[in-house]
Design a protein around this ligand. Structure first.
Ligand SMILES: [Zn+2]
Length: 658
């Protein structure tokens, strides 16, 4: 590389933030680098390559110990004894691509205090300069095992990373507090885990317990893949409840901020038992020996819904059971996560079935992994009674309306939202209707699967349905929980085996639809016997399902209120046309103090009149008055039955009798 070209390269980097004078100074004092090899030699130490994983066993068992008793400082202390077979280079990895996150979200930033010793002497580590999740070691001769110690510095609030330790509970996620040797498949690395808990705490975890004494829980030795797939909820207030009508293999493990909130009624527990029964009838097989729902009732620990093969991490409001009528919006979470044991964990898109947690995952089939799980999650919610039919219809109405009004399809196909997830996790934004994002491969895909289900039912005169696909595709191999990879072509073949159709064309048309004329996949609604309408008077059920309805003006003025802040402005909608975007708040409505209630009254009063709706809004020190020439009143989505047509959606939502 010539000096001139190097200057150009540095200037390109400069645009990312360094100041120009500083760069010029650095450059003058830096020796000219002539090639990449010399650049590597210029590092403090040469770094070896990170070994690619191979499907052979790591010799020996890693002894793993975590201590989660430092609740006041929210620090997890970890020590690992890792057997080593030979002297020379060894690379330790911190998990980067976390299962269920579909992205490179491992919080390496929160790992500190890393110290490695052997035979009582320090071994200095070198972090890889390209891959910061890798630590290179040089193992001296005569060493048969190394001691690795570090801390996971969990966070006091959920602004950047979710809270996992509170005075009353801990969510232990092993993948956020472990280092493992590079070069082997995760399932080929054996780990013997133990965890020191505050004395007297209970816990739920899919792994078997060897012993639990004095707060020290020793768990069964397992492989790294299974350990990472088996998180723990532990707490001062804990109860484990059998919800398996067919045996004793499915349990609710409830931890709570307050003991009094662990109060499910028998009627409520019956609904969770129904969920287990209805999943058995849908899939016809179980891919687990035991399944543990980990369910935290909390407003102090960070929220989560994360699937695993034999368990799931879930949170709900502290009054989830005690104020049942308020919890409708969250009652499909457990059905969703349970479905993942079949869809996502057992049957896994081939490009997500990676060798270890540092091989990049790809997500081209998330619209199946998440999208069909979202579909079955809602269907099973209603079939089990966790949702009433009306609650299910209200949920689907909300999804259908969102995509019917979403302008983002003009530039971005649904398929791209699957591909995008590698770039970041749950990217928040003011412009969700335009950006599109994580939610779309869940919820828009639900509409695609409703479309497919009603199509099969229509074309077979009700003899076949997507239930048949679920049973064939997810329900083979009862008792087997070795993940199986599948491709788009195999998915299409399985659909064709249920009912021959141009499924490739059907799916690609919906997944790749883009441009100003592209429309949401709503055909399943009418084929299901319903049409999407809008109402200005929500029922109590609709209010419970759409918990934020009182602040929601998406389908009238084109925004939502969060307190006095104007958020989620609909791209191209009425507020957008007024030049309103991120950072504005509502001060006054028609000359009176502004509030969601005042705005609802003003929108209602203007219906059918010529009078504008006048808002005073504020951003920083700026005030603006904007007048909406809008006269259609409040609008909230609803599915309305098309009389005289088959109620296929009703059939889909009806509990199976066998
Ligand atoms: Zn999911």
């Amino acid at each position: 590389m010539t000096r001139t070209r190097l200057t150009a390269a540095c200037l390109a980097v400069l645009m990312c933030g360094a100041s120009a004078p500083a760069l010029a100074q650095d450059f003058q004092s830096t020796p000219v680098v002539t090639d990449a090899r010399q650049a590597a030699l210029a590092l403090p130490r040469a770094q070896p390559a990170i070994p690619a994983p191979v499907d052979t066993p790591w010799p020996g068992v890693i002894q793993y110990r975590a201590d989660v008793t430092d609740l006041d400082r929210r620090i997890v202390n970890v020590t690992e004894t890792i057997p080593v077979a030979a002297p020379g280079p060894l690379t330790l990895l911190y998990p980067k691509y976390l299962p269920g996150n579909h992205a490179d979200t491992g919080p390496i930033q929160l790992i500190s205090g890393l110290t490695v010793t052997a035979n009582g002497r320090r071994i200095e580590w070198l972090r890889d300069t390209v891959e910061p999740y890798a630590f290179h070691l040089d193992i001296p001769a005569g060493v048969t095992s190394i001691e690795v110690a570090f801390q996971w510095l969990t966070q006091p609030d959920s602004s950047n990373w979710r809270v996992t330790m509170t005075p009353q509970m801990v969510n232990m996620q092993w993948e956020k507090a472990i280092l493992y040797p590079a070069g082997h498949f995760a399932r080929q690395i054996q780990v013997a885990p133990s965890i020191q808990l505050p004395e007297g705490w209970g816990y739920g975890v899919a792994l078997d317990t060897v012993s639990h004494d004095g707060g020290l829980a020793v768990l069964e030795t397992t492989d790294l893949y299974t350990l990472v797939d088996s998180p723990m909820f532990a707490g001062a207030h804990y109860r484990r409840i059998d919800i398996d009508p067919a045996g004793d293999d499915v349990h609710l493990n409830i931890v709570a901020d307050e003991a009094g909130n662990i109060a499910p009624t028998d009627d409520q527990l019956k609904l969770f038992e129904n969920l287990v029964t209805q999943a058995d009838r849908l899939f016809g097989a179980r891919h687990f020996d035991n399944y543990e729902f980990l369910f935290a009732l909390t407003d102090t620990m960070g929220g989560i819904g994360l699937e695993h093969h034999r368990s799931s991490e879930n949170t709900g409001a502290p009054d989830f059971f005690t104020a049942w009528n308020k919890s409708a919006g969250n009652r499909s979470l457990l059905p969703h996560e349970y479905t993942h044991s079949w869809n996502g964990k057992f049957m896994r898109p081939a490009d997500e079935l990676t060798a270890n947690h540092n091989v990049p995952t790809q997500n081209t089939l998330l619209w199946v992994y998440e999208g069909q799980t979202e579909y079955w999650g809602e269907v099973l919610s209603v079939r089990s009674g966790l949702h009433t039919k009306d609650e299910g219809l209200a949920t689907i109405a909300g999804i259908a309306a969102f995509y019917d009004n979403q302008p983002g399809r003009a530039w971005r196909a649904l398929q791209d939202t699957n591909n995008h997830n590698l770039l970041g996790y749950r990217v928040p934004g003011q412009w969700t209707s335009w950006m599109r994002g994580t939610g779309d491969y869940y919820r828009e895909s639900l509409l695609i699967w409703l479309d497919a289900d009603t199509l099969i039912r229509e074309e077979t005169n009700g003899r076949k349905s997507l239930d048949d696909f679920a049973r064939a595709f997810f329900g083979h191999g009862d008792g087997d929980w070795t993940p199986q990879g599948y491709t788009f072509e195999q998915l299409v073949a399985a659909l064709n085996a249920v009912h021959p159709h141009d499924w490739t064309g059907f799916l690609r048309q919906r997944l790749d639809a883009v441009g100003p004329d592209a429309r949401a996949p709503l055909a399943g609604l009418e084929r299901g016997g319903y049409r999407l309408t809008y109402t200005d008077a929500l029922t109590d059920t609709e209010k419970a399902v759409h918990g934020r309805w009182a602040n929601d003006f998406q389908y009238s003025l084109g925004f939502t209120l969060s307190g006095d802040r104007i958020v989620s402005v609909l791209w191209g909608g009425p507020a957008f046309q007024q030049g309103i975007g991120a950072g504005w708040s509502l001060v006054a409505v028609n000359g009176q103090t502004g509030s969601a209630e005042a705005l609802r009254e003003a929108v209602t009063a203007s219906k059918g009149t010529d009078a504008p709706i006048e808002l005073l809004i504020k951003s920083g020190d700026r005030f603006r008055t904007v007048a909406f020439d809008y006269h259609d009143g409040l609008r909230y989505p609803r599915l309305e039955r098309i009389e005289g047509t088959p109620d296929r959606l009703g059939d889909i939502l009806t509990a199976r009798r066998r």
